[in-house]
Ligand binder design. Structure first.
Ligand code: C2E
Ligand code: MG
Ligand code: MG
Length: 487
């Protein structure tokens, strides 16, 4: 063995040791780096998951459009309040026209309306009150520690702010609200408050919009009755127990029949002939008015098309309620009925009330395809709402019907106790509108209105509303009495 061999072996061993320990160190360092990176990744994932969870909780409790709490949020708050719910009040607000606005102006306009309503609602409440959105057009306001007075005042304020016009895509749009109020009591649960407020809200709606109604026990009993009456009404429509009656409108100068108003009646097998005051509000509440209105429109157009074969100047007026008018199919429905029955559009007058005209823009939009075809439009019960005659200028109205309450003010010597009737005839004429007076019961009233220039008269003095079968005889007698004018 040469002397250098151990030296070489020792050197190789030293190099191997140095290289080996450097590699091990590198590996150790890599493992630490990897672990640190892994840790960072896990932490990041955990934060992400936490964020997602928070987001999920937020979404589960919040309404995306308005940012308000939703039904679950309200329920949680109710649970938090526990026995304190006994001293709370719940206001349920429903918005009229939300669906129509959504349908006619698009969802973004509907969302904008909801957001504007939200900020106005927040103006109406105290700091510890809770405003939530429950569904489409329904908001709930939970007012802890609020007795009858505070709840009623808040409801008034809410109705006030909802009444103010909304600016939707640069258009001024009117909406209205209906409110149900429920007060807490010992051991009440939030679900019970919600149910009671809901019943009260239906009552507010049945009484017409723009009002608040408080829940009471009688209401709960009424609901069961209402349900069976709704079932009975539906069956009556299917069985043909609803009938269209007609009341003539006569020319104020010669009392010749010029038109007929279609008026719905329920020929009840046990209770006799029921007027609209007995059932119309209920059909508006449960939505049956849309089907009932279609039935009246179709029947009236069909009958009149037949009577016009002998009396080609005859027209027919059909009442249209707010809910029917805002039904998305309304325009197509009217056009379809005219086409199916062969009644010319000029022979149909649609009667709408002043309250409907609050939503001026939408009404013009809904009615203009029809008035463009020649269908006429009358403003019914004029003087009972808030319209001013100057507003009529902007509306597609052909006729104004002075409400019976003003005709009743014409005293026996013919002088009106209020100057309204004479003023309205003059103003309406200056706008080129036809004027009809309703509810004429005496010749004094008829003569006074004729002298004031009223165009047409309608009332028991000439005829009560009668079934369709009696109309041909009335028209024959009318023609026999006076020579028909040239047509
Ligand atoms: P309206 O459209 O103002 O109809 C006139 C009402 O006055 C009718 O009451 C008619 O019978 C009554 N009337 C007419 N002349 C006289 C009179 O000389 N004296 C008295 N005391 N009353 C008179 P009716 O038929 O009970 O209808 C009440 C309301 O119900 C109508 O008022 C109308 O708003 C609504 N209505 C009637 N039929 C329909 C319908 O088919 N659809 C809709 N949406 N509403 C209808
Ligand atoms: Mg009418
Ligand atoms: Mg009327």
């Amino acid at each position: 063995m040469t002397w250098w061999l151990p030296v070489v072996l020792a050197a190789v061993a030293l190099v191997a040791y140095v290289v080996g320990s450097a590699t091990a160190q590198r590996q150790r360092r890599r493992t630490t780096d990897d672990l640190e990176a892994e840790l960072a990744r896990v932490t990041e994932q955990r934060d992400e998951l936490q964020q997602q969870q928070e987001e999920l909780e937020r979404v589960a409790l919040r309404d995306e459009v308005t940012g308000l709490g939703n039904r679950r949020f309200l329920r949680d708050r109710g649970a938090e309040l526990g026995p304190q719910l006994a001293d709370a009040s719940l206001l349920l607000l429903g918005l009229d026209r939300f669906k129509e606005i959504n349908d006619s102006m698009g969802q973004s306009a509907g969302d904008a309306l909801l957001r504007q309503v939200t900020s106005r609602l927040l103006e109406c409440v105290r700091t510890n009150d809770l405003v939530t959105r429950l569904s489409g057009d329904e908001f709930a306001l939970l007012l802890p520690d609020a007795g009858d007075w505070t709840a009623a005042r808040t409801a008034d304020r809410v109705l006030d702010v909802v009444r103010r016009p909304f600016d939707l895509n640069g258009r001024s749009v009117q909406a209205r609200g209906r409110i149900g109020i429920a007060h807490g009591y010992a051991n009440v649960r939030l679900e019970e408050l919600l149910r009671n407020a809901d019943l009260a809200m239906s009552q507010a709606k049945a009484a017409g919009s723009d009002r608040a109604c408080e829940f009471d026990e009688v209401m709960a009993a009424d609901t069961t009755q209402q349900f069976s009456r709704d079932v009975e009404m539906r069956a009556a429509l299917t069985n043909g127990d609803f009938k269209v009656y007609y009341q003539p409108l006569v020319d104020a100068r010669d009392h010749r029949v010029v038109s007929l108003e279609a008026l719905i009646r329920w020929e009840h097998p046990q209770r006799g002939v029921l007027p609209p005051s007995e059932f119309l509000a209920a059909t508006e509440r449960n939505g049956m008015i849309v089907d009932l209105g279609r039935f009246v429109l179709h029947t009236a157009c069909q009958h009149t098309a037949g009577w016009r074969r002998k009396l080609p100047w005859l027209t027919v007026a059909v009442n249209v309620s707010e809910r029917e008018l805002f039904d998305p199919d309304f325009t197509a429905q009217v056009a379809g009925v005219l086409a199916a029955t062969g009644l010319p559009p000029e022979a149909l007058v649609l009667e709408v009330t002043e309250t409907v005209l609050a939503a001026e823009d939408q009404i013009t939009e809904i009615l203009s395809p029809l008035t463009g075809m020649g269908v006429q439009c009358a403003l019914d019960d004029f003087g009972t709402g808030h319209s001013s005659l100057s507003r009529l200028r902007h509306l597609a109205v052909d006729e104004v019907k002075i409400d019976r309450s003003f005709v009743m003010e014409i005293s026996q010597d013919g002088a009106p106790d209020s100057p309204f009737v004479a003023a309205i005839i003059g103003l309406a004429h200056s706008l080129g509108l036809r004027v009809v007076a309703e509810g004429i019961e005496t010749t004094v009233q008829a003569d006074f209105l004729r002298d004031q220039g009223c165009d047409e008269l309608q009332g028991y003095l000439f005829s009560k509303p009668v079934p369709a079968a009696k109309i041909p005889a009335i028209l024959r007698a009318d023609r026999a009495q006076q020579p028909p004018a040239a047509v």
